[in-house]
Design a protein around this ligand. Structure first.
Ligand code: GLP
Length: 241
């Protein structure tokens, strides 16, 4: 495990973008696993800037996102499909047909999980998976639980996640109660994992993830077992270490 401690959010964002950018340069046909949430927005801005400078070419890149709210249509501004378009895809030369986000409108959960697992396995292995960290230690939407899930599943969101994500919705009642998410097994199968963590509010959970027991009650703790994981954290997030 590598831990890179950065000065602040902007510094973290630049370093995350530099690592993803290096991956894109070294392997232009990379399969990137992408994340949503507020944390990666700065890194996506940096990637767009590098594209505009002529440093990055996304034309051969494929992407697969971690998760999507169940019940939100793609044009809903809180859907992760919409997020990815607004924050990255529409600003770079990525082939949108090579991007993948679970279909939140699919009501048949078994079918959608099977579809998404097929998409992931047909792509081959993910070269680099970007992750944020939920306040309760979740990655993707793998909430604290009694077991690690191997593949894509439909999850009942934890109340703490609903509360925390309510800030993006008009009211807490609008926050979906379920989501489709890659399982821990999908995430652990990525060749490289890159985790971005920012802010003092994540300091306690980051310490538990890095130094605590590996347990499905702190889903990100499983990353201690990943052979090539890099945490890029800012000083505030690292302050309890
Ligand atoms: C969301 C997403 C995660 C994200 C996390 C943290 O619910 N499903 O992929 O990493 O919560 O979000 P933020 O970066 O806004 O703290």
């Amino acid at each position: 495990m590598k831990i890179i401690v950065t000065k602040n959010y902007d510094d973290m964002s630049r370093k995350v973008a530099n690592i993803i950018g290096a991956q894109v340069i070294l392997k232009p046909e990379s399969i990137l696993g992408l994340a949503t949430g507020s944390t990666p927005i700065g890194a996506y801005k940096e990637l767009i800037a590098s594209y505009n400078n002529g440093d990055l070419d996304f034309s051969k890149i494929s992407t697969v996102n971690l998760d999507e709210y169940k019940g939100l249509t793609r044009d809903n501004d809180q859907s992760y499909y919409y997020f990815m378009n607004e924050n990255l895809f529409k600003h770079v030369n990525i082939d949108i047909s090579k991007t993948n986000v679970p279909d939140g409108t699919q009501t048949d959960a078994k079918q959608e999980c099977e579809n998404y697992n097929n998409i992931i396995s047909n792509l081959g292995s993910i070269d680099m998976q970007l992750l944020g960290l939920g306040n309760n230690g979740h990655i993707g939407f793998n909430e604290p639980s009694d077991e690690f899930k191997t593949s894509t599943f439909c999850v009942d969101l934890a109340q703490s996640t609903i509360d925390s994500n309510a800030r993006f919705f008009e009211s807490i009642d609008d926050v979906p109660k379920q989501a489709y998410t890659m399982g821990i097994g999908n995430i652990m199968s990525a060749s490289k994992v890159l985790v971005a963590v920012s802010g003092e509010a994540k300091a306690d959970i980051l310490k538990a993830v890095l130094t605590g027991p590996v347990t499905p009650q702190v889903p990100a703790s499983i990353l201690q077992f990943h052979p090539d994981v890099t945490f890029v954290v800012d000083e505030a997030a690292y302050s309890k270490m």
